[in-house]
Design a protein around this ligand. Structure first.
Ligand SMILES: Nc1nc2c(c(=O)[nH]1)N[C@H]1C(S)=C(S)[C@@H](COP(=O)(O)O)O[C@H]1N2
Ligand SMILES: [Mo]
Length: 397
């Protein structure tokens, strides 16, 4: 690596400003360079855009506005989009650290505000930098079920995403010209950074950041992408570790579910619109209905996923059995109390899909209590949070 021989702080330096003296004078590396900033900015732009789009989609699926119907097919699509959400967010962590380091001298540039446009540009760095750091930290903590804060994670993460993306759009608007020029090998001195890394040295620096980002991603993405499972040393989840070969996100005991609550007295209550009267079904009643297999993943919003073979009663068969009107939508409810994940909704496509099951078996065995015994919902292309366990209620809505 070459080291920049920088003018002494008392010697005015065009472009960077003599006034940058103080703090900025501390940045001696030649990597505080406009092309480094441009390449890292580009990589961050891509990873943040993918993570934002997939995160927004996940939010929309879980909180659909009127008229939005998430499709039941392709069955594994959500597994891919949510895997991408976490993988791109993870990849962005080293990129963001590197980018902040590269542009650090600019934070101390003086005058703090040169003109109105510059003031706006600088002000937008607060939502952008603060929001980005917030998203990556809270997102990572969430994958580890670690919540050292007082707010509800999905809400905080969701609104921070809008604030950050607002800052990002503004930042891209402000920096598009200089970034483009730097990437096209225009005159990098047009940027505000004083560093001038040599071509080889920049290549080395950017490759190191890319390797760091790639390594972190490879070390975690095996939680959802099986071929990389053995390399997945930093992932919070091993996708085959758990009862019946599947991880458990909320165990029966932590949800207050005991064997007694799902014993012989357990009934599935089927009620709702278009039904003359509520029906109560026993486990034997459900076993008496036609049983079907489906191989479907649990795709947790936290980024792990695992595929399994489920066996049980088709929701649409149950709807026919109780005489529900065609095209019905459904809400399922759990015996679990006091959790926002104790119920979930099925739109028409999901309720009518032949693979949407009230599962009684997992990988050839009776469902483990931790996986939702006596029955759980499992359907194609649904977030894990919507694969409700320990059901005792099916409501036609
Ligand atoms: N009743 C109930 N069902 C639930 C949950 C819950 O907390 N309560 N967690 C959901 C989440 S977040 C996931 S990822 C899946 C995980 O299913 P598993 O524990 O069988 O792997 O169950 C879902 N079903
Ligand atoms: Mo989940």
């Amino acid at each position: 690596m070459t080291t920049l021989t920088r003018a002494s702080p008392t010697e005015p330096e065009p472009g960077t400003g003599a006034d940058m003296a103080g703090m900025a004078g501390r940045y001696q590396s030649d990597h505080h360079d406009t092309r480094n900033a441009a390449w890292l900015g580009l990589a961050l732009g891509v990873t943040f855009t993918v993570s934002f789009a997939t995160g927004l989609l996940s939010h929309l699926i879980q909180h659909p506005f009127a008229g939005f119907e998430w499709l039941a097919r392709p069955a594994g699509l959500y597994r891919v989009t949510q895997g991408l959400h976490i993988a791109t967010g993870t990849a962005a962590i080293p990129l963001l650290v590197a980018k902040l380091w590269v542009v650090a001298p600019q934070f101390w540039g003086k005058p703090v505000v040169r003109n109105f446009a510059h003031g706006v540009e600088r002000a937008m760095l607060f939502p952008l930098v603060g929001g980005s750091a917030f998203l990556l930290v809270t997102g990572t903590f969430n994958t580890f079920h670690f919540y050292p804060w007082g707010f509800f994670f999905p809400t905080g993460h969701y609104w921070a995403a809008w604030i950050t993306i607002g800052g990002l759009v503004g930042h891209i608007g402000a920096k598009a010209g200089v970034t483009w020029a730097a990437l096209r090998h225009g005159d990098p001195s047009k940027g505000e950074l004083a560093g001038q890394a040599s071509h080889g040295s920049r290549r080395w620096f950017l490759s190191s950041v890319a390797v760091g980002s790639g390594a972190l991603t490879v070390a975690t993405v095996g939680q959802t992408w099986r071929p990389l499972r053995s390399l997945s040393v930093l992932a919070p989840r091993d996708p085959i570790a758990g009862p019946q070969g599947i991880p458990v996100n909320r165990s029966a005991s932590s949800a207050g579910i005991t064997k007694a609550k799902v014993g012989d007295a357990w009934r599935l209550r089927v009620h709702g619109r278009g039904l003359d009267q509520p029906m109560e079904m026993t486990l034997a009643d459900l076993r008496g209905l036609p049983q079907h297999h489906a191989t479907l993943p649990i795709s947790c919003v936290e980024g792990w996923s695992a595929s399994a073979t489920w066996r049980g009663v088709r929701v649409r068969d149950l709807l026919d059995h109780v005489g529900a009107p065609p095209g019905a939508t459904v809400r399922v409810g759990s015996i679990q109390k006091g959790s926002r994940y104790r119920q979930s909704d099925l739109n028409r496509a999901q309720a009518g899909d032949p693979d949407t099951l009230l599962a009684l078996e997992l990988n050839g065995e009776t469902l483990a209590l931790d996986h939702g015994f006596p029955i759980r919902l499992i359907g194609p292309n649904r977030p894990g949070v919507q694969q409700t366990k320990w059901l005792n209620e099916v409501e036609v809505t």
